[in-house]
Design a protein around this ligand. Structure first.
Ligand code: PLP
Length: 410
């Protein structure tokens, strides 16, 4: 019998061997793991038997969390990292070589855009395209393209990539398709449905939800044929090709860069994830109500949220996602001071984070997209007055009331 997602999550820790009857996976803080015989130790090192050696490659607590992320994504395996950027960076560097080419959405999380500049400095090339149109991705692909990378809902303007069209394209061309699912979470959308090979999730956002921990994860959906990927190193071509890619990401990614998730952080993420479905239902409900209300406010020029009929990819978002998430952005009409409006908010916190239980607001151009400069911002469709909101789980009436009084003051 196939049980629901929340039911499975709540009971996942008791599937892999219960320690002392505990309902949560205990926190394993040991740095090292010892074995009876030298032969046992050697066989773990050689991958002949499973086991832990040194905690940079993970520990039983992080592995219990990885099993939950795999379950959420309907994948075949997951590697966790200390942060989302640790996951993305380790994944790219573990899989790419000098001369390789990446096609990515031009609407990207700012830090991922920064990482692509670093990869270019190291000898890879990156082409950024408007990923809301798969034909533009197709045009950018070259014989050297190894990875196509997109986000589900882009931050901060909420463009929705042509997830299905790009998935078809990558499957036809045999290219690894990597989807950053942070904004939708596996509760609203599973990238495996559109044939993604790898899924990235920042665990610092909605999956943990309480804004009290950082983490990241790469999940293999089992759909990509790693025997066709030219950069798999000899030691990782072991067993079924299905497992090669993730093995290389775990071995090379965690060994070479060591952005390992700690047991305490894994425990907090696990705790948060138990209520993912409940929180996301509330977040999505709040966000749809708030954006619908803001859109008709006389001082508001534009609201960006995939749940609105005015959104350019509203139909696709409706087709692919269970609901539209907690990320939205908006602009005031000229003559109204954005900073004054933000300062007048009494409840909503001015903060750069996302996916917190608390509603957070940030002026985008002057903060998270400041370093890149005006020209790049304009290319990404980010106006100087854009405000991003990460909608939380507060009682809706209180949220609307806070924006209502703040808008009245400007
Ligand atoms: C936050 C975020 C990341 C990076 O995650 P961290 O855990 O903050 O390192 C990557 N992608 C998206 C879409 C994000 O929102």
């Amino acid at each position: 019998m196939s049980r629901g997602l929340t039911t499975q999550l709540l009971h996942a820790d008791r599937l892999g061997g219960v320690e002392h009857g505990a309902t949560h996976k205990p926190l394993h803080t040991s740095a090292a793991y010892g074995y009876e015989t030298a032969a046992d130790l050697a066989s773990v090192f050689q991958g002949e038997r499973s086991g832990h050696v040194y905690a940079r490659q993970g520990n039983p607590t992080t592995h219990a969390l990885e099993a939950k992320i795999t379950l959420l994504e309907g994948g075949v395996g997951t590697v966790s990292f200390a942060t989302g950027m640790g996951a993305i960076g380790s994944m790219f560097i573990a899989l790419l070589k000098q001369g390789d080419h990446i096609v990515a959405s031009q609407f990207l999380f700012g830090n991922t855009a920064s990482l692509f500049q670093t990869l270019e400095n190291l000898g890879c090339s990156v082409t950024l395209v408007d990923a809301t149109d798969a034909s533009l991705v197709a045009q950018a692909i070259t014989p050297k393209t190894r990875i196509v990378f997109v986000e589900t809902i882009a931050n901060p303007r909420t463009q929705v990539a042509d997830l299905e069209g790009i998935g078809k394209l990558c499957a036809e061309r045999g290219i690894l398709y990597v989807v950053d699912n942070t904004m939708t979470t596996p509760y609203l959308f599973r990238p495996s449905v559109v044939k993604a090979g790898l899924v990235m999730n920042s665990l610092s956002k909605s999956i943990s939800g309480h804004g009290n921990v950082l983490g990241g994860a790469i999940t293999d959906t089992g759909l990509f044929d790693w025997s066709t990927f030219p950069n798999i190193l000899a030691p990782y071509k072991k067993g079924a090709p299905k497992s090669w890619g993730l093995l290389q990401i775990r071995k090379k990614g965690l060994r070479d860069f060591g952005a390992t998730l700690g047991a305490e952080a894994a425990h907090r993420i696990s705790n948060g994830a138990e209520t993912l479905a409940l929180r996301m239902d509330r977040v999505c409900d709040n966000a749809l109500k708030l954006t619908t209300w803001l859109e008709q406010h006389p001082k508001v020029a534009a609201v960006y949220y995939p749940g609105l009929k005015s959104h350019a990819q509203h139909e696709n978002a409706t087709r692919w996602f269970k609901a539209y998430g907690g990320l939205m952005s908006f602009e005031l009409k000229p003559g109204h001071d954005t900073f004054a409006m933000l300062d007048a908010l009494e409840l909503v916190i001015k903060s750069s984070h996302l996916g917190d239980n608390r509603t957070l607001a940030i002026p985008v151009a002057q903060t998270i997209f400041w370093e890149m400069g005006l020209e790049k911002r304009q290319k990404m469709g980010i106006s100087e007055s854009l405000v991003r909101i990460s909608v939380g789980i507060e009682d809706y009436v209180d949220l609307q009331a806070d924006f209502e009084q703040a808008l009245a003051k400007v």
